[in-house]
Design a protein around this ligand. Structure first.
Ligand code: GLA
Length: 387
């Protein structure tokens, strides 16, 4: 937990006086179920202790003032300007959420001063943008007493990402940031939004986050391309079977239909979604049974599917994955989030964590020339008011 008095000090320096309320929403890691959310499949993320803070106070001059402690650019907007994108990236995540409130018929009757602070490592694929969106949604909901429930705030935050950041993302990141529970992972059906909080019983093991610090980042173009490839696959398969999303197909059914997709790239994309959905359901059952070893095996299979069929890993993520599997005491490892760069998650015996950090760190550096970072994951609750 970040030192709130430091945030208050900056708030006072910028706006004079203290913030009257503070909020926090977490980033996330996904344990399994990757690139399934926008295909109506299952995901299994948990929120982490890194996230975004928002300090606020109402004002009487009808202005929305936005400042961040770790991102450049400040904004001062009139209440009438909340539907327009600006040039600066982080501000759009906030304005995008304001715009969703407007769309729901909410009229803001006073201005607000907001200070943001994020401690999610930048560009690590741990959902810093969802954390900003959700913390904004939770803060506005509380300040203007709009009464939306947490799943609605997650959906509004996802819309903000679609409309103001141009990423056609699924619901996983915003849902995890809004709904997560400490010491649990959320088993979410992204079609119906039915979910279950599954206890993370890791007796003797830790989840280690390995940040590739790769210059390659997930960009909206590559991401949206995968979304549209899945759309193409669905369209073709629907000529033979009555489904409304790819994740509705089982492995066997897919095997008998896959020849109808003539483009091998599109076929592989669909194969990943179908097999990953099956893996996620199985993995959650293994966790419930306390079979971490079998869970870990499915994590490895997930990574390989993302490498060969979905093609969203790359040299850095693959190297981190391969180096991790050399360590005794590692049950499983995989890339987490959208891919291309960012992080892997590994399940590591508690007494092997130091060995992992030392040896994976040096092996990865040797093969990529990049210095990685490691964090032992601490889980967190979803977005909430903190004072
Ligand atoms: C990004 C998106 C999510 C999800 C993951 C891949 O994090 O924001 O909606 O699609 O990629 O699983």
């Amino acid at each position: 937990m970040t030192d709130i008095s430091r945030l208050q000090k900056t708030f006072t320096e910028k706006y004079g006086g203290e913030a009257t309320a503070g909020f926090f929403s977490p980033g996330r890691i996904n344990l399994i179920g990757e690139h399934t959310d926008y295909n109506g499949g299952f995901v299994f993320p948990c929120a982490i202790s890194f996230g975004n803070y928002c300090m606020i106070r109402k004002n009487d001059d009808g202005k929305i003032r936005l400042k961040s402690m770790n991102m450049p650019f400040e904004a001062e907007l009139d209440l009438s300007e909340l539907n327009q994108k600006v040039d600066q990236e982080w501000v759009n995540y906030v304005i995008g959420v304001f715009a969703q409130f407007l769309k729901k018929g909410i009229r803001f009757n006073h201005g607000i001063d907001m200070l943001f602070y994020g401690d999610v490592p930048a560009g690590a694929g741990l959902s810093s943008s969802a954390a900003i969106e959700v913390v904004t949604a939770v803060a506005l909901n509380d300040t203007y007493q709009t009464g939306f429930d947490a799943p609605s705030l997650a959906l509004m935050s996802q819309k903000a990402e679609h409309e103001f950041a141009g990423v056609q993302c699924g619901i996983m990141d915003q849902f995890a940031s809004a709904m997560a529970k400490k010491d649990h992972a959320v088993f979410l059906n992204c079609d119906s939004l039915a979910f279950e909080q599954v206890p993370l019983r890791l007796d003797g093991y830790k989840i280690l986050i390995s940040n590739t610090n790769s210059p390659h980042k997930l960009d909206s173009g590559l991401y949206n391309q995968r979304v549209s490839e899945c759309g193409n696959a669905l369209q073709i398969l629907r000529q033979s079977v009555d489904i409304s999303n790819l994740a509705q197909l089982g492995n066997t059914e897919f095997e008998s239909l896959q020849h109808t997709i003539t483009d091998p790239v599109i076929r592989r994309r669909a194969k990943h979604v179908v097999t990953e959905t099956e893996r996620t359901k199985k993995a959650v059952n293994y966790l419930r049974e306390g079979n971490l070893r079998a869970f870990g095996e499915l994590m490895k299979a997930s990574h390989l599917s993302l490498k060969h069929d979905y093609e969203v890993t790359g040299h850095e993520l693959d190297t981190m994955f391969e180096e991790a599997l050399k360590i005794e005491g590692v049950l499983g490892s995989r890339m987490t989030g959208g891919g291309f760069g960012g992080c892997t998650v590994s399940i590591v015996a508690s007494d092997a964590v130091d060995d992992f950090i030392g040896n994976v760190g040096s092996g990865y550096l040797r093969k990529t020339g990049l210095e990685p970072s490691f964090y032992v994951a601490e889980t967190s609750d979803g977005g909430k008011r903190i004072f």
